[in-house]
Ligand binder design. Structure first.
Ligand code: IMP
Length: 439
């Protein structure tokens, strides 16, 4: 069975949850390998069941919001794996497992890497003290400080939850150090290691039996020809190395993240699906060449009345919006080796008159056809646009390529030609069914 990776191709929020859920229909394992509760994957599920896993309806309008658990785990026959590259906040994890079990009506098949690091109550506080929250406009979930602890080799890992005495000792050591480092922080002073340890160990009772060696599990699954789907969180331009540093997250959101964050090498992955919106959005600070601060940006964002509008799943923040940037997307295709593209939210471009697409940047009178590595340079780049006509029809009811209006087909073809990557999935609405398979 080919292993599949589903990766964000822009600045996140591309709708990876829906695509990952869709392609895990016959999967045995759906695997997260990076990030933590900074991610928010919404899956809106109907009741058509084609694959072996089938679907079950949720009680609350078929909508599921995941932050830690990979979207494929919503299929009753697909296990969810939380890889070593993730950072796990124990209370959120316990809550999400409960919600999933309520939705499935049975025990969730979840496996948590022993090596995954934990987000502890002092990590979000450190974001406030160290300024990343305000300077980088992070999600304030403690992601950066948790990865800092990992690299500094003082982090607590999931496996530490299995030894309560050691867990408390390591927590006490870290907290004492922090209180010494930041003696004026009242939120830190208020933290008590014994109390935190007690609460976390109690919360972790829900998932302690799921903590295991997930790398061994995944390699056994590969040997048994079982199907794995890797679900990236965040996206290429938020990757710690390849993103718009320092306005990035602290993990590897690109294909290499699967190697370091799940222990499965890239040559075991046959399909690499980049997920891109038919336009561009980003949250948080940092340069964004095709951002539209005017009326078109607002039209692309929507008003927030619709859950599909451009407001964050995790934080509710309005997203910055603008035209499709093919310079950035080509870069993401190169870095990740996309074998195909899932183009989502094509329906939003109906009735917009003219559509602009950036195919190059202009920098100080020179044309750049590659994505610069330095943020300050990117901030000075001006997009060079090609203009394509929009279409007046709604796409929401289209279920095949042949039903798409001619101009929508041409828009898709244009993207394929510039990127040299085929578009194999088109999403024309938020529901699972509002999808066109172009394979
Ligand atoms: P952090 O991951 O909370 O440290 O935030 C770092 C940057 O990544 C900020 O600009 C966030 O807005 C952005 N970010 C983190 N997770 C997501 C996501 O899932 N979607 C979009 N942006 C994200």
């Amino acid at each position: 069975m080919p292993a599949i990776a589903v990766l964000g191709a822009q600045w996140g929020d591309e709708g990876k949850g829906k695509i990952s859920h869709l392609v895990s229909e016959n999967a045995d394992y759906s695997v997260r390998f990076n990030g933590g509760t900074n991610a928010g994957h919404t899956v809106f599920v109907g009741n058509s069941a084609n694959g072996k896993n089938g679907h079950e309806k949720s009680k609350n309008g078929n909508e599921f919001k995941f932050h830690l658990i990979p979207s494929g785990a919503l299929h009753p026959g697909c296990a969810g794996v939380l890889g070593n590259g993730m950072v796990l906040e124990p209370f959120s994890l316990a809550k999400e497992i409960k919600e999933l079990e309520d939705a499935l009506g049975k025990d969730a098949k979840i496996f948590i890497s022993e090596r995954a690091h934990l987000i502890l109550p002092y990590h979000p506080i450190l974001e406030g003290i160290e300024g990343s929250k305000s300077e980088l406009d992070t999600t304030a979930k403690g992601i950066g400080p948790a990865y800092q602890d990992k690299v500094a080799r003082r982090g607590l890992r999931a496996v530490d939850l299995l030894n309560p005495t050691q867990f408390l000792a390591k927590l006490q050591r870290n907290l004492d150090q922090l209180k010494g480092l930041y003696p004026h922080s009242k939120p830190l002073a208020d933290l008590d290691a014994q109390k935190i340890a007690r609460e976390i160990l109690t919360a972790s009772e829900r998932f302690r039996d799921k903590i295991t060696n997930t790398t061994a599990l995944l390699h056994k699954a590969l040997k048994a020809d079982q199907q794995l789907v890797f679900e990236g969180a965040q996206a290429c331009l938020l990757d710690i190395d390849f993103g718009t540093y320092p306005y990035v997250t602290s993990s590897h959101a690109t294909i290499g993240g699967i190697g370091v964050g799940a222990g499965v090498p890239p040559n075991r992955i046959q399909r690499v699906i980049g997920v891109a919106k038919a336009f561009t959005s980003r949250v948080g600070s940092g340069p964004f060449p095709t951002e539209d601060l005017g009326e078109m940006g607002q039209r692309l964002r929507g008003t927030g009345a619709n859950p599909w509008d451009e407001f964050g799943t995790t934080t509710g923040r309005p997203r910055r919006c603008g035209w499709l940037d093919l310079v950035a997307l080509k870069y993401a295709a190169d870095i990740n080796g996309f074998t195909e593209l899932a183009l989502v939210k094509l329906d939003i471009l109906s009735e917009l008159g003219e559509l602009k697409v950036a195919t190059a940047y202009e920098l100080d009178g020179e044309i750049l056809d590659y994505f610069p590595s330095h943020c300050d340079v990117l901030a000075r780049c001006k997009p060079v646009y090609e203009t394509l006509p929009s279409w007046s029809e709604s796409l929401r009811d289209c279920r095949s390529l042949s039903k798409l209006p001619k101009n929508a087909k041409n828009y898709v073809k244009f993207i394929e030609q510039v990127l040299d990557v085929p578009v194999t999935i088109l999403s024309v609405g938020r529901a699972f069914e509002e999808t066109i398979s172009a394979r």
